[in-house]
Each structure stands twice: as C-alpha cells, then as structure tokens.
Design a protein around this ligand. Structure first.
Ligand SMILES: NC(=O)c1ccc[n+]([C@@H]2O[C@H](COP(=O)([O-])OP(=O)(O)OC[C@H]3O[C@@H](n4cnc5c(N)ncnc54)[C@H](O)[C@@H]3O)[C@@H](O)[C@H]2O)c1
Length: 253
C-alpha cells in the first residue's frame, strides 16, 4: 500500500474525480476527510470506513475562510495530522468574457482559485509543524491550452498552474511537495453545461478523438491513480510540476 497510515483531505471528494481519489486513497491505506458541499459525501464516508481506515465527511464550502478553518480543525481533531491535501473542488461555468456575467467570473475565481489559496494558508502551517507533507492541486489541460467560450474556467486553471509553482518554491525547504494534475476530458458531468453550447454531450463525445488523441474519455480512476502517484513517495523527486493526464490534448495541433 502506497499511502498506508497517511492522513488526507480531499476537497470536492463527494463525486466525480474527487470521489475516485477518495476511493483510491482508501485502497492504498490512507485515512481521508471528504470536504464537499454535497452531503452525499456522508454516504461515501460511511461506505468506505472500516475498523482500520477512517473516512469522514465535513460539509465545506472551500471558498469560505470560516469553512476552511473549521475543516482543518476537524481533520486535525479526527485524524491527528494532515499529510496530504488534494485541492480538487471546482466549478465549470461556460462563456466568453462577453457572455459571462460578473458574478460567474467571481464565483469561478472564488471556488477554483481562492479555495486553493485558503486551503494552503491553513493546512501548510500544520504540515510545517509535522515536518512535511504533499499538496496535489487539480489543474487541467486548460492550464496550457484554452477552449472557446470557457474564459473564466481556463483563466482559473492557468492560475492554479502558477500557484502550484509558487507554493512549491515557498515550501520546498519544509519538505512540502506541491504538484498539479492536468486532466483532459474526463467522464463526469462536469463538462455538460459547456457541451450544451456545442450540441450536447453525445455530439461532443463523437468528435472527442479529434482533440483527445487517445480517442476516448478519461475515466476518473485514471486521474485518481495519478493523484496516488503524486501523493506517495513514488514521486519524491517531483515538486512544482504539472502532470499532464490529458489523453494527448496538448501533444500537438
Ligand atoms: N471532468 C473533466 O473533464 C475535468 C478535466 C480537467 C480538470 N478537471 C478538474 O477536476 C476536478 C473535479 O472535476 P469533476 O469532473 O470531478 O467535477 P464534479 O462536478 O463531478 O466534482 C466537483 C466536486 O466539487 C464540489 N464543489 C464544487 N464547489 C464546491 C465548493 N464551493 N466547496 C466544496 N466543494 C465544492 C462539487 O460538489 C463536486 O462534488 C475539478 O478541479 C475540475 O476542474 C475536470
């Protein structure tokens, strides 16, 4: 087991890629706090908890300072430490800059980017006290290449890429490694609103192979295995990195 006895927070862990990460972390022996607005995280925690592995849910809005502070206290009270932080929660509100309203821009930046700042602000001091830790930020192929009518989202993912490097520089001496994962089109409901602008999910899937050259959607578990790699000692030489798990989207034009 690659994460035996480790303690982790996974934001946005109630469904989709986050849920897959929670499942793989538990399979690798980690204790996990699922931080999500969706209360189905409670059922997931109950399903995965065993005598040996603690899996807990804390209802959290990761864009709220008070919620993030509460989450960190809860994780420390229940698990005793935070070895791994996965900043995965995000929203995807489509639109060009003219189409988007100001609130949608602000909401995207609050949930996708400010949340990672807040989580770092309150978790990293604990990791420093513990003598080290690992942060995995969820970025995107959109950290490298943009898509039409997705302006706020792609800007937020570009910001996460650089925030990852900044955090890696600031805390390397504290033995804290910070990397991001950059997935391509993953098979969750996350892209549905954007796909509606182009004829719907099925239509977009028909043409997916033109850009995602593996010719199929990526499964959440494939991203979760990348998260296990970055959270474990297997990636001990990695920090400030962006691991492309994008099915080849950024390989060429
Ligand atoms: N699905 C893809 O194709 C794809 C591609 C690249 C990157 N990503 C990234 O992967 C991550 C997960 O995406 P997904 O596809 O699993 O989407 P998803 O919508 O299935 O999961 C996102 C989770 O985040 C939670 N969340 C949203 N706002 C929150 C908040 N304010 N506080 C706490 N939790 C909140 C949601 O409740 C949900 O459980 C995101 O960071 C996304 O940008 C996804």
């Amino acid at each position: 087991m690659k994460l035996l006895g480790k303690t982790a927070i996974v934001t946005g862990g109630a469904r989709g890629i986050g849920e897959a990460i929670v499942r793989e972390f538990v399979a690798e022996g980690a204790h996990v706090v699922i931080a999500d607005l969706l209360e189905s995280g409670e059922d997931l925690a109950a399903e995965l908890s065993t005598e040996d592995i603690k899996v807990l849910y804390r209802k959290t809005d990761v864009s709220s300072t008070d919620h993030v502070k509460d989450l960190v206290h809860f994780a420390l009270d229940s698990l005793g430490s935070i070895d791994i932080l996965v900043n995965n929660a995000a929203v995807n509100i489509p639109g060009s800059v003219v189409e988007l309203d100001e609130e949608s821009w602000d909401k995207t930046m609050r949930i996708n980017v400010k949340s990672q700042f807040l989580m770092g602000k309150y978790v990293i001091p604990e990791m420093q006290r513990q003598g080290g830790g690992v942060v995995v930020n969820m970025a995107s192929a959109n950290s490298f290449v943009a898509e039409p009518r997705l302006s706020a989202y792609v800007a937020s993912k570009g910001a996460i890429h650089m925030l990852t490097k900044a955090m890696a520089l600031d805390y390397a001496r504290d033995h804290i490694r910070v990397n991001c994962i950059c997935p391509g089109w993953v098979d969750t409901t996350f892209n549905d609103a954007h796909a509606e602008l182009y004829g719907g999910r099925e239509k977009v899937l028909e043409g997916l192979g033109d850009v995602q050259i593996i010719g199929r959607p990526i499964q959440p578990r494939e991203i979760a295995r990348t998260a296990v790699f970055l959270a474990s000692d297997d990636s001990s030489a990695f920090t400030g990195g962006a691991l492309l798990a994008d099915g080849g989207i950024t390989a060429g034009i």
